[in-house]
Design a binder for this molecule. Structure first.
Ligand code: NAP
Length: 259
């Protein structure tokens, strides 16, 4: 299926590894010119080079912290008029809410709610004027099924999701859609380091904990960043112009609800 994206331009945030990289690869394979970001310049440039080599796409690497004003300004300077915006950043740490003071909450809200909102604000009117825009916010399955120790993530991502639910109904008449893509368990550095921490805490082997996590998913495995990227590319496709304000779980069926 041709997704109708050849020649489009995308900013994919936090894309040197993991889910962001999966989205970048899938869009590049559709002929999208990419601007990708991450804080570690060396890893980011290596990823950009690998994507160029694999797809022939134009890939501009913009090192920086996307949760900062400067990081966002640098990404927007490299690509002021994107057709596609994939919002992503690292997730907040787990913990006990009794120990989180204002600073921890402000960091989580800044990274996982305000940073995507400010990027949407910066690009959405240009998308409306050009009558094409696709915005995908990478959030978490915790938006539908909160996890108590991830309270900072639950709270900040719920704020973003609520905000988007309103504006996504205003932009769609201009062929600008805004959706959430909600990862369940994906085989990325982040999940693996979480599982390593759990193994250490419980005095178990890492292999055991990973095997248990795989077996606990209805698919009997973890998702791959490539699968996540393909779902993102579809939400960005020309054909997906009637899908907006939705929160699509990509979790191997782990969320047990009917809806
Ligand atoms: P990952 O494998 O650790 O990759 C994170 C990527 O984001 C890296 O490229 C990292 O590069 C970049 N990054 C992190 N913070 C950044 C910042 N402030 N500015 C710019 N780039 C930044 O993580 P992942 O598993 O793909 O997770 C992506 C998001 O999905 C996170 O918010 C995570 O909480 C959420 N999520 C993941 C899963 C899962 O199973 N993997 C499940 C639910 C939710 P640098 O470190 O060099 O900046």
């Amino acid at each position: 299926m041709d997704l109708g994206l050849a020649g489009k331009k995308a900013i994919v945030c936090a894309a040197s590894k993991g889910l962001g990289r999966g989205c970048a690869e899938a869009l590049a394979a559709e002929g999208v010119a990419l601007t990708i970001t991450a804080r570690t310049a060396e890893t980011l440039e290596a990823t950009a080079e690998e994507i160029r080599a694999a797809t022939g796409a134009k890939v501009t690497a913009v090192p920086g912290d996307i949760t900062s004003d400067d990081g966002r300004a640098a990404a927007l300077a490299a690509c002021p008029d994107p057709d596609i915006l994939v919002n992503n950043a690292g997730g907040p740490p787990p913990g006990d809410f009794r120990e989180w003071e204002r600073e921890a909450w402000e960091a989580a809200l800044n990274a996982n709610m305000l940073a995507p909102i400010f990027l949407i604000k910066a690009v959405v009117d240009g998308m409306i004027a050009r009558r094409f825009g696709r915005i995908v916010n990478i959030t978490s399955s915790a938006v539908k099924a909160p996890i108590a120790i991830l309270g900072l993530s639950n709270g900040a991502r719920a704020g973003l999701t609520g905000f988007v639910a309103g504006i996504a109904r205003e932009t769609v008449r201009h062929n600008v859609t805004i959706n959430g893509l909600l990862p369940g368990p994906f085989e990325t550095d982040r999940l693996m380091s979480n599982l390593a921490a759990r193994a250490k805490r419980d005095g178990r082997s890492f292999e055991d904990v990973v095997a248990e996590r795989r077996a606990g998913n209805p698919a009997g495995r973890l998702g791959t960043p490539q699968e996540f990227g393909h779902a993102c590319a579809f939400l960005c496709s020309a054909q997906a112009g009637f899908i907006t304000g939705q929160n699509l779980l990509v979790d191997g069926g782990e969320f047990p609800g009917t809806l």
